[in-house]
Design a binder for this molecule. Structure first.
Ligand code: AMP
Length: 455
């Protein structure tokens, strides 16, 4: 078995040509259940202290995931790290555990200072990371707080008053707090950029540069991103110092555990099909994606009218409403949560059985992010996409990205109407520029009229 596993990794190792990034290991993401083999490294071999070892055991983690296996020792050694990994790979623990260990047993940070800063693109992700760190630091004397926009700033100022070891922040609110003079970075040792590609997508580049200019140069920087684009390489070069690079090249193994289905349907009947699917299947919870906030709200109304408990999460809702919706979904009182791509980033619910795309995203990578919300941590998952024929471009891009075409399945009673064939007009002066109503007249009469005219 050990031999087989070694061979598996050997096949997938690939070097990357980037002068600024010296060491590089490429792994393909693997599922957590493949990691249960005793021949693989356990958490204790990674150099974690006994407190954290007890925590991960209590949390039911038997083996580190590939990203954890690679990132934890590198971070513990104090190196900068760039890790290309999707959500669902165990990436949060891969930086949270070693950061906690590095900060343990150190003097308290003075008032209004922090030791580690974790930047995230969205409020939901900030709250999610804070929850994970709270869990992992249960038996440690470490304070962690999250700050983000959309909620009152006063309690956040208060939380910073005595200094905190770990601050999780979205860039906008962090700059706001800095400008109000309630935070300084003199004691900062570690900076983590989580989902850095999303931060760039959301236009945070200038804010990131500004924040970087405020931080001490002597620090450890960890950058996590789902994709390894040129922009990410540029950011890494400007922010990291000869980092150790880990690339989980694709999410295919995780994605392979998800059954992906495409139901062609007329655009106007998508909501009816969604209601039909929800009523016909016994999914405990469903995460539904729409491209726009308006579509999310409109769908929510329709589901509620159909007697389905639904809520929505998107940027136009208040932070309070978004949190309530998430909490309801987490505790099971909300059956269907409808989200847009941006807002749904921070959703991490174990054993989420089903994700449904009411429409296909414009950015194909968002498809991977969306369906990656199911099939997490070794569970299988189901991802359904409702497809109308105006989405053929998006479909092709997704198929290219996942490397295979879908086999569309029509749901009985929801077959799309055939699109009318394009009528080819003969390029005769009469037909092109004449009376358009002439098209409706039977062919034979039209011909004789044309003949009469010529005469
Ligand atoms: P993340 O990639 O950080 O979003 O984590 C995805 C899920 O995997 C979370 O629900 C974690 O609790 C879980 N997880 C993280 N590390 C492990 C592990 N080593 N074994 C099993 N589950 C894990």
């Amino acid at each position: 078995m050990a031999l087989l596993v070694t061979a598996h990794w050997a096949i997938y190792r690939k070097p990357i040509n980037n002068a600024a990034i010296r060491t590089h290991t490429t792994y393909y993401e693997t599922s957590f259940n493949k990691l249960q083999t005793p021949s693989l490294m356990s958490f204790s071999a990674l150099g974690l202290c006994s407190t954290l070892l007890r925590t991960v055991t209590a949390w039911g983690y038997t083996q580190p995931s590939p990203i954890q296996k690679e990132a934890i020792p590198a971070i513990l050694s104090g190196r900068d790290v760039i890790a290309i990994a999707q959500t669902g790979t165990g990436k949060t623990a891969s930086f949270a555990l070693p950061v906690l260990q590095r900060l343990a047993n150190q003097p308290r940070p003075p008032a209004n200072t922090i030791r580690a800063l974790i930047l995230t693109p969205t409020r939901e992700l900030a709250a999610q990371v804070a929850r994970s760190i709270d869990t992992y630091s249960q038996n440690m004397n470490i304070r962690c707080t999250a700050v983000f926009g959309g909620v009152r700033i006063e309690p956040q100022k208060l939380a910073l008053e005595n200094g905190v070891e770990i601050l999780i922040a979205t860039p906008g609110r962090l700059v706001d707090l800095y400008e109000q003079g309630v935070i300084n970075f003199d004691h900062l040792e570690i900076l983590v950029l989580d989902e850095a590609d999303r931060m760039l997508d959301f236009g945070f580049t200038d804010q990131l540069n500004h924040i970087q200019s405020l931080l001490p140069e002597q620090r450890q920087t960890l950058l996590f991103s789902a994709t390894f684009t040129q922009d990410i390489k540029t950011l890494a070069i400007s922010m990291l110092n000869t980092p150790h690079t880990i690339e989980l090249a694709t999410a295919h193994d995780h994605i392979d555990r998800i059954t992906q289905t495409l139901h062609p349907v007329d655009k106007a009947r998508k909501h009816a099909l969604l209601i039909h699917l929800i009523n016909r299947n016994d999914w405990s919870q469903i995460l539904v994606f729409t491209r726009t906030k308006r579509a999310a709200d409109c769908l929510k109304k329709e589901l509620i009218n159909a007697g389905i408990v639904a809520d929505s999460i998107h940027a136009n809702r208040t932070q309070q409403a978004r949190m309530l919706a998430l909490e309801g979904f987490r505790n099971g009182s909300v059956k269907v949560l409808i989200g847009t791509d941006l807002a749904a980033r921070g959703i991490d619910i174990e054993q989420l059985p089903c994700v449904i795309n009411v429409d296909l995203p414009y950015v194909p990578e968002d498809y991977i992010h969306r369906i990656g919300r199911t099939g997490r941590a070794s569970h299988s998952g189901l991802a359904i996409s409702l497809y109308s024929d105006d989405e053929s471009k998006q479909l092709k891009a997704i198929e290219r990205l996942i490397g295979r075409p879908f086999k569309p399945k029509i749901v009985t009673g929801f077959a799309p109407k055939p699109t009318p064939p394009v009528v080819k007009v003969k390029e005769e002066e009469d037909d092109l520029y004449g009376n358009f109503e002439a098209d409706d007249t039977p062919k034979r009469r039209r011909k004789s009229n044309a003949r009469k005219k010529r005469r």
